[in-house]
Design a protein around this ligand. Structure first.
Ligand SMILES: *Cc1c(COP(=O)(O)O)cnc(C)c1O
Length: 391
């Protein structure tokens, strides 16, 4: 089965973990600190704070930036639920904003502008698929006195990720571009904000666990209501191995995306691929937007029968029952349309060029058959569908 994503883990990670086990110090320590420094260097930042997950990092970034109950935060709905959930953790209200278009499934500046009000405090943008959002978001935030936060879960290793946000949060979950199993990293423009995140990840204590290991007599204060969102040495050791490979892995993701582009073009399906080849990206996923009115589940099933796994990014967050009951009147037509048509194909560095050809050939066949199995869902066939069937 060609999987949508697959972690790359081997002897190097095993040896690094074994080193931690024999070192006698397994909780947060010097490897976590080193991982933070290497990560900061990779993203041209002065420092970084490692946390237990991107979700925890988003929570702490919002807290450290002073987002509070009563505040509103503009968020995408075309994202993982954690983006909006983190806003709820601090008691603020997520305000869902539509995407630009099916070829640019990023938060829409114009829709965001129309949803700004006196309570709007921040914008949380997400680099969908690893493709970086428009840097104009910085000016958008500055003109309105808003905070800007980047959910960079998809964008680890992309030059420019973290360049515009007051805070930026990355994920090392198992399906991301690099992994520590669970884990995340926070960058912040203001060193004081980053220090607040560092304190809040460890119970709000003013002295770190490593300092206390070396000098257990050190007195400490608890100055803020913190959490236990620390990373441990096992994860940092894995992270240090992974991050050394990340640039090569991301370059391979780019090459594979180029092969997809070529093969989709050859199959007459280039129109299904969002973004263009010059868009800065970490190439996290390979999303396609199918013509309207096709039976996507049937296409996914046909691909699966041919050994190709697919997935969807994402079911819109505002339609989950948790949010639908909270904000029943939200309508995001472009997000909803995109989510109905999007199909994510396999993309990870273990694939070879032939795998990509297999996937695209399978997709082309599934699209041809889809027309006869389940021609039209809801109403007349679209022009896109007619063009697709004609091919
Ligand atoms: C994976 C992901 C998260 C959550 O990351 P965790 O590290 O699993 O908490 C948040 N936002 C987006 C867009 C993601 O893809």
């Amino acid at each position: 089965m060609l999987l949508v994503s697959e972690p790359i883990l081997g002897q190097e990670e095993a040896a690094a973990v074994a080193d931690v086990i024999t070192s006698g110090w397994i909780s947060m320590g010097r490897r976590v600190r080193e991982f933070e420094r290497v990560f900061a260097d990779l993203h041209a930042a002065t420092d970084a704070v490692a946390v237990s997950s991107c979700t925890a990092g988003l929570h702490l970034a919002l807290l450290a930036l002073g987002v509070r109950p009563g505040d509103e935060v503009l968020v995408p709905s075309l994202t993982f639920a954690a983006t909006a959930n983190a806003v709820r953790y601090v008691g603020a209200t997520p305000v869902f904003v539509d995407i630009v278009s099916s070829s640019t499934p990023h938060l829409c500046l114009a829709d965001a502008a129309s949803k700004c009000g006196p309570r709007t405090k921040a914008v949380l943008v997400m680099h969908y698929g690893g493709y970086l959002v428009d840097p104009a978001w910085r000016a958008f935030a500055d003109e309105r006195g808003l905070l800007l936060i980047e959910d960079a879960a998809h964008a680890t290793g992309a030059a420019g990720a973290g360049a515009i946000g007051d805070a930026t949060v990355f994920s090392f979950y198992g399906n991301k571009n690099m992994t520590t199993g669970e884990g995340g990293m926070v960058l912040a423009r203001d060193p004081a904000v980053l220090e607040a995140v560092r304190t809040l990840r460890s119970h709000g204590m003013t002295v770190s666990t490593i300092d206390r290991q070396q000098r257990p007599e050190l007195p400490y204060d608890v100055a803020a209501l913190g959490y236990n969102y620390r990373m441990d040495e096992v994860r940092a050791a894995i992270g240090l191995v992974q991050i050394a490979h990340l640039p090569a892995w991301n370059a391979r993701r780019r090459q594979l995306t180029d092969v997809y582009r070529r093969e989709l073009d050859r199959a007459g399906l280039i129109g299904t691929l969002p973004f263009d080849s010059s868009w800065p990206s970490a190439y996290h996923i390979l999303p396609l937007v199918l013509p309207r009115g096709l039976d996507r589940a049937g296409i996914a099933e046909a691909l699966r029968a041919n050994g190709v796994q697919t997935s969807g990014h994402y079911p819109p967050v505002h339609r989950f029952s948790l949010y639908a009951s909270l904000c029943p009147d939200v309508r995001l037509p472009r997000t909803e349309d995109f989510a109905r048509r999007e199909l994510t194909l396999p993309l990870h560095p273990k694939l070879d060029d032939t795998d990509v050809r297999t996937v695209v050939a399978g997709l082309a066949a599934a699209l041809r058959d889809a027309a006869t199995i389940s021609p039209y869902q809801g109403g007349a066939p679209s022009d896109e569908h007619r063009a697709c069937v004609a091919r």
